[in-house]
Write a protein that binds this ligand. Sequence first.
Ligand code: 3PG
Length: 400
Amino acid sequence: IDELLAEGVDGKRVFVRADLNVPMSEGLITDDGRIRAVLPTVKALADAGAKVVVASHLGRPKGAPDPKFSLLQAAERLAELLGAPVAFAQDTVGPAAHDAVNGLEPGQVAVIENLRFNAGETSKDDTERGEFADRLAALADVYVGDGFGAVHRKHASVYDLPARLPHYAGYLIATEVGVLKKLTEDVKRPYVVVLGGAKVSDKLAVIDELLGKADRILVGGGMVYTFLKAKGYEVGSSLLQEDQLATVTEYLERAEKTGVEIVLPVDTLVAPEFPDLSGKTPSQPSTVAADAMPAGQMGLDIGPETGKLYASKLADAATVFWNGPMGVFEHPDYAAGTRAVAQALVESKGFTVVGGGDSAAAVRILGFDENAFGHISTGGGASLEYLEGKTLPGLAALED
Ligand code: 3PG
């Protein structure tokens, strides 16, 4: 983007593909980290006199307008954060979008409606995606890719549009890639990875890759119960991916052979059912040993001894990558495990990276100071796929 700014953007229409896919609850934004993350790019372009057209997806609407997934709230938050008005177009490539863009003066910003309201955005068909990309290209003179969270998606605005316009990487993408390079090229050891989140199937590829790279992998979240089951323990009514048991068993065996330490919980918090996140119905947590989970009880967080164990395993780390909460942190009874890991990262003298929409939101929602971490990535799937060593369509399109 510095190259673009040096060439001059005064009066040019610059399309910024951001990732404004922020978590929302009852129609309100619960964490605006992704909006704040794109501000440097939007500000720099606006200050240089560009007409800035910001575009993003939000959630997973089914290729047609759906008010639940409108970007209006995100556009309003962007305006607040910029301290300047932001025009909002109620369609993506239709008359409202053209009116909004035509109405921009140099230095002004518009947000167009959710890209996924058009089926062409996510289509697997190259022609359909290409047609949508053509319509997006008509809104701009230049493309800036800055939606790091979506670079792993081969979508029209991420992959096809940059091929149709002069294209540049924004500040956020440059920062994110710079950090992830530190984890893949010549990483400082001990390299400790903390993996959590609900599904083990989302993490298999990254575990496979990390078994040759990390020194220690600490496992928590809903995915850990598949590991405990693979060790031969009963897991009550906890989340379990039976179809992944064989792969997880193979990883545990490979880890032993290669000397990578996979650390599993020694205790866990359980309750008879998933907690009511509104807090209206009280939950009934109890702490049990991880190898003695009672039938009919569901694991919802790592236990206090595990929190201490994981903190001790993180204490000497020179590099840490953390993806995925340790439990149902949205409920106060099950936030302690995620809090313990976050605290250990804050106290770490190593370079700490928090990756993933959920874990990034968790540290902010739990009240941690973002500046206490080396880097908080805006990418969940994107940062995992980068660490898996995959080619990411949205980065390839910009390098091209
Ligand atoms: C994310 O939240 O990881 C990105 O915004 C991508 O969203 P998606 O998984 O719906 O493509």
